[in-house]
Each structure stands twice: as structure tokens, then as C-alpha cells.
Design a protein around this ligand. Structure first.
Ligand code: COA
Length: 331
């Protein structure tokens, strides 16, 4: 029997209306548009209104993906939400999405892998399709980074934004297409450089942790940058080599959008023409688990730039460290 692969059959997204530009940030911290643009590639980011949680965005992205596929929520078998900013520690955001969209037969879970959260969720969802167990899996990447950012810390506050993206996975009707392969890794060395100090079981929330601002993203940017540049490119090049693909054979590279310099260094290692690299960090900044599905949405829905047989490589790197690359033969 031919192996069954999963394909991305639809996509949806949610972008908060509120824009926070670099010029707005100049009024908040000691920074300037030129520094942010040159060092990161970011011009503006979206911010979710206070009082709304992750599931508000995730539900809307999921609904759009289902509508575009003409699939009823009751047909969804499983929901996986990649995120580091769930509405609450528990229940899982996946449960809130299940209720919100009315996925009456589904089960699901949240997956925590920082900026690689969507990639790990995508490949996990694909396994359920490949095994033959399920036919419809919703994979969502959604993060409200504004809920864990210190807007007095110029080192981190300029980098992140809020958004959600969703894709629907279904079985591929033709062999040899769909999500073909992936390479994924984790390395706990990343804990030192990128984490949230308090609020977990090791250091529960207290008056002191709030006073010490320990519920915000702590990042040693230069260290994270060093690892991101080499690891994200390593797995992308590794998956290309494994499948005998050169830069010329790729139609599109979808990188995690953390910093334009990381993306460009990665593309150079892959020997890619810049026109084949999706870049939208200028509009949305780093939306953590949402960057990759936002790029997929842009390529698939907004620009309609993917056609049957296109080789697409995705690569992401984030907290943990967690990182990975995925090869898709588009259908
Ligand atoms: N505006 C102005 N200056 C700023 C600034 C800001 N928003 N943020 C930092 N600076 C300053 C620093 O204080 C430092 O000043 P100093 O030299 O006087 O100490 C100077 O700019 C250079 O800082 P440095 O950290 O070397 O800059 P960088 O070129 O490494 O860029 C990041 C900083 C954060 C943009 C970059 O390291 C990065 O993108 N890291 C990876 C982040 C990431 O991807 N995280 C998510 C997980 S994937």
C-alpha cells in the first residue's frame, strides 16, 4: 500500500486591528525607527486588545481555515495549538478552541515549543493523518506576546507582536505530495538564554515576582541570535541534502520571522534567490508560533503563489531551544 501523506488544504489567520509602529515605540522606550528596522527588519506589530486571550484569535483563525475548505467544525478530528501564551495554564487552549468553533467530535492539546510551536504541531498533526487514524486535523499557531512583554525593556519589547494562524490538514489524494519529511531537535541549553523566570511550578507567582518583573520574556538576544542563525539554517540545509534538492529546486522558503538578518543568513546558506523567501516581519514582527502559518496564509491565500509540485521548505527556531525544518511537495 502507498504511504499516505498529509496536505495543507486550507489556511486562516487572525490579526488584531491595533498597530504599534516603531514610531509609537520611540515614545515608550529609548529606541528609534532606524535601529529597529536595521537590526530586525520590523516596522510595526499588531497588539490584541486587553481582556481578550489567545483563544479569541485562535478561534477566528480556525474558523476561517474551515470556511475556506468548506469543512464543518463537526468534521474535525483533532485540534493542536502551538503556543507559549495560552489563555490559562489549564484548560488547554485547544479545549477553548473546540468549544468556540463547535468541533463536537474533536480532541486536542496545546504544544509548547516557543517559536517552533507551529512546526512541531504541524508535523505532529501530520502523523495522525499519515497513520490513517484521522482525516481532518486543525493545526494552529497563536500567541499573545504582548501579554508577557515588558514595554519598558527596549531589548525585547520592539521584537514581538500578536497574531494567530491556522491550517487544516487532510489526506493527500496523490502519492508523493504533501508533508514529505521533517527534521526536528531540542536542546535545553536554551533555557539560560530565553525563558520566563516565574509563574511556573519552580517559582510560583508572588508579590515579589511581580515586583521583580519576572513574568515577562527574559532574553539574551545576542546568544539566541547566534544559535538561531546556525541551527535554523543547519536543519534547512540538512533536509534539502537528504532529498537531493538545491536552492534552484525550491519554489519557496518559509522561515520563522524573528529577525531579517537571521532569515537572510539562512537563505544564503541554502543558496536561495531572495525572491523565494517569504518575509513579512516588517508588518507583524515576531508573533512566535504564528509566524509560519501567517506566511503560509500569505503564500496560499493572499498571493496564490503555490502550485502543484512546488517544493517548499519551512524552518523555525525558538525557546527551548526547539527547532526544525519541514519539506512539503505542494498539492
Ligand atoms: N533600540 C535601541 N538600541 C537597542 C535596542 C532598541 N530597541 N535594543 C537593544 N539596543 C542596544 C543594546 O542595549 C546594545 O547597546 P550597548 O552596545 O550599549 O550595550 C546595542 O543596541 C546592541 O545590542 P545587541 O544585543 O548587540 O544587538 P543585536 O544586533 O544583537 O540585536 C536583537 C539585538 C535582539 C535584535 C538580536 O540579538 C536578535 O534578533 N536576537 C534573536 C532574537 C530572537 O530571535 N528571539 C526569539 C526567539 S527565535
Amino acid at each position: 500500500m502507498e504511504k499516505r501523506y498529509a496536505k495543507i488544504s486550507s489556511a486562516g489567520r487572525f490579526l488584531p486591528e491595533r498597530r504599534l509602529t516603531n514610531f509609537d515605540m520611540e515614545k515608550m522606550v529609548d529606541t528609534n525607527n532606524q535601529w529597529i528596522l536595521e537590526r530586525t527588519g520590523i516596522r510595526e506589530r499588531r497588539i490584541l486588545d486587553k481582556g481578550l486571550g489567545n483563544s479569541y484569535m485562535a478561534i477566528r483563525a480556525a474558523r476561517e481555515a474551515l470556511e475556506r475548505a468548506n469543512v464543518d467544525a463537526s468534521e474535525v478530528d483533532a485540534i493542536i495549538v502551538g503556543t507559549v501564551t495560552p489563555d490559562m495554564f489549564f484548560p488547554a487552549t485547544a479545549c477553548l478552541v473546540q468549544k468556540g468553533i463547535g468541533a463536537s467530535r474533536a480532541w486536542g492539546f496545546d504544544l509548547s515549543a516557543g517559536c517552533a510551536g507551529f512546526v512541531f504541531s504541524l508535523t505532529t498533526g501530520a502523523q495522525f493523518i499519515e497513520s490513517g487514524r484521522y482525516d481532518r486535523v486543525l493545526v494552529i499557531g497563536s500567541d499573545v506576546m504582548s501579554s508577557i512583554i515588558d514595554y519598558e525593556d527596549r531589548n525585547t519589547c520592539v521584537l514581538f507582536g500578536d497574531a494567530a494562524g491556522a491550517v487544516l490538514l487532510e489526506p493527500c489524494e496523490e502519492p508523493g505530495y504533501g508533508i514529505i519529511d521533517y527534521i526536528q531537535r531540542i536542546d535545553g541549553v536554551g533555557e539560560d538564554y530565553l525563558h520566563m523566570k516565574a509563574g511556573g511550578s519552580r517559582k510560583p507567582a508572588s508579590v515579589e515576582t511581580v515586583k521583580n518583573k519576572e513574568h515577562y520574556v527574559y532574553q539574551e538576544g545576542r546568544q539566541v541570535f547566534k544559535y538561531a542563525v546556525s541551527e535554523m539554517a543547519d536543519v534547512a540545509v540538512e533536509i534539502m541534502k537528504k532529498h537531493n534538492l538545491t536552492g534552484d529546486d525550491l519554489a519557496l522558503f518559509i522561515p520563522h520571522q524573528a529577525n531579517i538578518r537571521i532569515i537572510e543568513a539562512c537563505a544564503r546558506r541554502m543558496k536561495l534567490d531572495p525572491s523565494k523567501v517569504i518575509i513579512n516581519i516588517d508588518k507583524y514582527a515576531n508573533t512566535t508560533a504564528a509566524t509560519i502559518p501567517l506566511c503560509i496564509y500569505e503564500a496560499m491565500v493572499e498571493k496564490n503563489q503555490l502550485k502543484k509540485g512546488d517544493n517548499v521548505v519551512i524552518s523555525a527556531f525558538g525557546a527551548g531551544f526547539c527547532w526544525g525544518s519541514v519539506l512539503i511537495k505542494w498539492i
